[in-house]
Design a protein around this ligand. Structure first.
Ligand SMILES: Cc1cc2nc3c(=O)[nH]c(=O)nc-3n(C[C@H](O)[C@H](O)[C@H](O)COP(=O)(O)OP(=O)(O)OC[C@H]3O[C@@H](n4cnc5c(N)ncnc54)[C@H](O)[C@@H]3O)c2cc1C
Length: 618
């Protein structure tokens, strides 16, 4: 049976908000007498209320930081016992003011929203109690996208939280600050450099057609790119973010420790700082959010290669580059380097962008090839060696050929950074293939140890996924939520020179799962309006396709788009996919003209019809 909640509500007697909230919560107590008890702490005047709340420091006793600035009436919290006067020693949770009380009442009466019945999880009891006696309620190992989001949310819900973040230098010695992969060596520098490359392509391809002069050389090419200037600006921006993250953690009441953590037992970590000084900390719960690192090149001389951990902070112009791998990270790096004017080759063992829609992946390859990126197909590097007397690297490939490069960038996948965590001490195993940890609803086999983000088996390696999973877990551990993280239908974008936005099934996966006869593919090739004036843009078209399940009222299974601003285009369709839209919903949506996105809501031609997928004008 659920235990009784003691709901404390304080305010001054003539305050209408206090009166209203009090009557709502008292009604709840009448309706559910065994589940909720209400204690009123009524003050005769506003002045006396504020003296108690603010001057007397009662609000500062609340674990939730947002309570510390709460000045209005009412002021509501949960305690374990009925105390006739507010007891600062007996506080379980801060609720808030009038609006929060109404929300609390709604959730109390209807904890699971309609249609959400399956969206509720029971976790294994992890033994957490309020008087556990450990240093912290929660220690998060890893201050990246997931770890930061999760630690702040847990602290806001009243938990005493510490987050450890420590960056081990890349083999080349590159290090960075707080914030994890995304901000330092991932999404942020990548997108900025991709933008720089797109800008340069626009100068080259479009400027003249729009009457913009002075930005190209005599041959009509964009002038030489200054790597150092771009790199310095990008790195300065990142340093600003690192600083901001520290401030935000402090404001959120999260203890930040720039220390590396390893497990001693399931409630104790050994932590070491950069000078190697070690100590221990204890916690009731742990969340492992250590992310991943690039998988190194396993061939003779592999240590000469750089990775995405190094490229964004490279001191000197990268020169002629070999990108090894056909992952999205390899193709994105190849794309922006080539767009910035570098001589770039990609070594591909088998296919581009495994796991993505094949037709779209092939179109990306064709676009990149046409824009100067060279592909060496079905080869892998077998040996890297320094060229005598120079900083260049001679690469020998598996087909016997060889070529010199200024830099070799390896992007053949990522391995979860779990090897040195001593997870064996707590009975948690990792995958020998990728180092990832298995979990059910982010809870590992050791109930008080949880895992989120890139180091969790089955979690898409994306920043917003790590963030959402972290928030959902914190709310389940320290709030009243039972909502699981929904890993389905996550939309994403690959920032290659022609951008690719996608959500849901690829055509191949849809055929595998539903059968070829049961799906319909609507598709269209078209010229984005902004490309139409430029001669240099005429060789390629943008492309979209929508895959539907004909046996389920044409429910949309997947949406794909190749063209400008793919991330901006796809985000809204991601919302639509969460709502299980049908093709009719798309058809009935009025487009925004003239945009690329409108092409998705005006699709008519099916692949099966064999008709031309190229569209006409408006
Ligand atoms: C080049 C590149 C481009 C990307 N582009 C995108 C993109 O466009 N969009 C997108 O959504 N995602 C992108 N990603 C993926 C995204 O960056 C990750 O999915 C995301 O950062 C994962 O977050 P996380 O919290 O799981 O781990 P991370 O952000 O990797 O954070 C883990 C942190 O834990 C620290 N740590 C590790 N071990 C310990 C320990 N024992 N003690 C203390 N600290 C430790 C690490 O140093 C790190 O700071 C990109 C990734 C890369 C590499």
């Amino acid at each position: 049976m659920a235990s009784t909640l003691v709901y404390n509500i304080a305010g001054w007697s003539t305050c209408n908000f206090y009166r209203r909230a009090e009557s709502v919560i008292s009604t709840l107590a009448i309706l559910f007498p065994t589940r909720i008890r209400v204690v009123q702490h009524e003050f005769p005047s506003r002045a006396e209320y504020r003296t108690w709340l603010i001057d007397g420091g009662f609000r500062e006793r609340m674990p939730a930081v947002r309570a510390h600035t709460h000045a209005s009436s009412p002021f509501c919290w949960i305690s374990s016992d009925v105390n006739s006067t507010p007891n600062p020693e007996d506080i379980l949770d801060f609720i808030g003011g009038h609006d929060d009380t109404i929300t609390f009442a709604r959730t109390f009466c209807n904890p699971v929203s309609p249609g959400d019945q399956s969206d509720s999880v029971e976790m294994v009891d992890d033994g957490h109690t309020l008087d556990h006696g450990y240093d912290y309620d929660l220690v998060v190992i890893g201050g990246g996208s997931g770890g930061l989001a999760c630690s702040k949310e847990a602290a806001a819900l009243g938990a005493k939280v510490a987050v450890l973040d420590f960056v081990k230098p890349s083999p080349l010695g590159t290090v960075w600050g707080l914030g994890g992969t995304c901000v330092n060596v991932g999404c942020i520098p990548k997108k900025l450099m991709h933008y720089g490359a797109s800008l340069r392509e626009s100068i080259h391809a479009d400027a003249q057609a729009f009457g913009i002069s002075g930005v190209t050389d005599a041959a009509g090419h964009a002038k030489a790119h200054q790597w150092k200037e771009m790199k310095d600006n990008v790195q300065n921006y990142i340093r600003g973010l690192n600083f901001k993250y520290r401030v935000v953690l402090r404001e959120a009441n999260v203890t930040y420790l720039n220390k590396y953590g390893t497990f001693l037992d399931n409630h104790t970590l050994e932590v070491s700082d950069k000078k190697g000084k070690t100590s221990t900390i204890t916690s009731s719960r742990f969340i492992v959010a250590v992310g991943g690192r690039p998988t190194p090149l396993d061939c003779e001389g592999g240590e000469l290669a750089i990775s995405s951990d190094d490229i964004f902070a490279l001191k000197d112009d990268p020169g002629k580059v070999l990108c090894v791998g056909a992952s999205y990270i390899s193709l994105e790096c190849a794309g922006f380097l080539s767009g910035l004017g570098h001589d770039v080759t990609v070594a591909v063992r088998s296919i581009l962008l495994r796991g993505f829609d094949r037709e779209c992946a092939d179109k990306i390859g064709a676009y990149m090839e046409d824009h100067g990126v060279k592909f060496r197909r079905e080869v892998v590097p077998q040996k890297l060696q320094k060229v005598n007397g120079s900083s260049r690297i001679l690469v020998t490939f598996s087909d016997g050929s060889s070529e010199e490069f200024d830099n070799v960038l390896v992007a053949i996948g990522r391995t979860a950074d779990t090897k040195n965590l001593n997870l064996g001490n707590v009975g948690v195993s990792t995958s020998p293939r990728n180092g990832k940890i298995s979990a059910i609803h982010e809870q590992t086999i050791q109930p008080n140890i949880y895992v989120i983000g890139d180091c969790m088996e089955g979690c898409p390696e994306l920043t917003p996924v790590a963030i959402e999973a972290g928030l959902a877990l914190a709310r389940r551990l320290f709030g009243r939520s039972k909502k699981p993280m929904d890993y389905k239908n996550v939309c994403t974008t690959v920032f290659t020179p022609i951008e690719y936005g996608t959500v849901g099934y690829s055509e191949e996966d849809a055929i595998d799962s539903f059968g070829e006869a049961n799906i319909e593919v609507y598709h269209k090739s078209f010229f984005p309006l902004e490309w139409t004036l430029s001669e240099a843009r005429q060789r390629h078209q943008a492309f979209t396709k929508v895959i539907v399940d004909t046996t389920q009222n044409n429910r949309v299974l997947g949406i794909h788009y190749l063209g400008p601003n793919a991330g901006e285009v796809m985000q809204g369709y991601g919302v639509a996919m969460k709502k299980f839209i049908t093709f009719k919903d798309l058809e009935e949506t009025v487009g925004i003209h003239p945009t690329c996105s409108e092409e998705i809501v005006t699709l008519k031609v099916t692949k099966r019809s064999g008709k031309d997928a190229a569209a006409g004008g408006c």
